[in-house]
Design a protein around this ligand. Structure first.
Ligand code: GLN
Length: 322
């Protein structure tokens, strides 16, 4: 494994340098002013496999805010607190085909619940369902879950949080619409505050790759065998990531990359490659968590170089779950 890992590392280094060129095609998000400070040409990847394999390349040490990737975690925690059946009764699991902050579907006459937990309307609804009276209480179990998985408790980037809160007219509009239609289960201001704070949690690609590995392994740490997330909830999270995780480019990502993933507007993507039984020249690659960071985004809000890098790796290593 030592030799093969070194060999794979060299390939990944080459791919990162190659795809870094694509960062010039994208744009760093600016609708949350604090995100504008990110470096356009940053690109990094972290891969953590089931069998101790670790590959890191490019700008691996940059801290960034988790943004929409938090929607996966808040949904997982809400399912653990309230039960899967309860959550599925309140939020649907259908892709919208619209942008993440779309308000299009909210006014549909037959709408019984927000479309899915990975678009803003669904995620804000989920934040309202986390147990607790204050945003601190609501986020405590999420932070504790991350602490158990990562070995450290992530902090909130206060600059991004303030910036996001101050420029949140659209999310407020979504929140108030949800309130008016009776979808929210907590106070609107507490709900929005919870949502802004969860989006402002600071992570690295190593953190996200580690969470990806746990999801790949159905919620269980492959080394310690500790079960962090119930299997059914991990499976549900992956199904949502595959169908709704990359905004209105989820179909293309499933077609061309073929693994569950979730992106965020700060330029991170978490991707999950579940283990498969097969005869492969790279058996130790079987089952891994991956994360990329590349803040230059395409028109849908996904890391432009990050998507290309993941697509290349998934093709080279035959990772498609299909
Ligand atoms: N905090 C961001 C927002 O709600 C998250 C969006 C995203 O990452 N796509 O606008």
């Amino acid at each position: 494994t030592g030799m093969s890992q070194k060999w794979l590392q060299e390939y990944v280094d080459d791919w990162v340098s190659f795809y870094r060129k694509h960062t010039s095609e994208g744009e760093v998000a600016s609708y949350i002013p604090a995100l504008k400070e990110a470096k356009q040409d940053h690109l990094g990847i972290s891969i953590i496999g089931m069998h101790g394999m670790k590959i890191r390349s490019g700008d691996v040490d940059v801290k960034f805010t988790i943004q929409s990737i938090s929607k996966v975690l808040s949904f997982i925690v809400a399912c653990m607190e309230r039960g899967v059946a309860y959550m599925l009764d309140k939020v649907d699991v259908e892709p919208t085909g619209e942008a993440f902050n779309s308000i299009m579907h909210l006014e549909m006459k037959q709408l019984k619940k927000p479309f899915n937990p990975l678009v803003n309307a669904g995620a804000i609804t989920v934040s309202s369902m986390l147990c607790g009276e204050t945003s601190e209480e609501k986020l405590d179990p999420l932070l504790t879950l991350m602490e158990k998985i990562l070995g450290h408790r992530p902090n909130i980037n206060l600059e991004v949080y303030e910036s996001e809160r101050e420029t949140s007219t659209r999310n407020k509009a979504i929140g108030y619409y949800l309130l008016e239609t009776g979808f929210l289960e907590s106070d609107i201001e507490v709900t929005l505050d919870t949502y802004f704070k969860q989006c402002s949690l600071e992570v690295t690609i190593d953190d996200l790759a580690r969470i990806g590995l746990i999801l790949a392994n159905d919620g269980k740490d492959p080394d310690s065998e500790e079960h962090f997330i119930p299997r059914q909830v991990a499976r549900l999270a992956k199904a949502l990531m595959l169908t709704c995780g990359m905004y209105d480019a989820s179909g293309k990502f499933a077609a061309y990359v073929g693994i569950p993933a979730k992106s965020g507007v700060s330029g991170g993507i978490i991707a999950v490659s579940p283990p498969r039984v097969r005869n492969e020249p790279l058996p130790f690659m079987d089952g891994c968590g991956m994360a990329v960071y590349g803040p230059a985004l395409d028109s849908k809000g996904n890391s432009t170089a990050g998507i290309r890098l993941l697509r290349h790796i998934a093709t080279q290593w035959d990772l498609s779950i299909f």
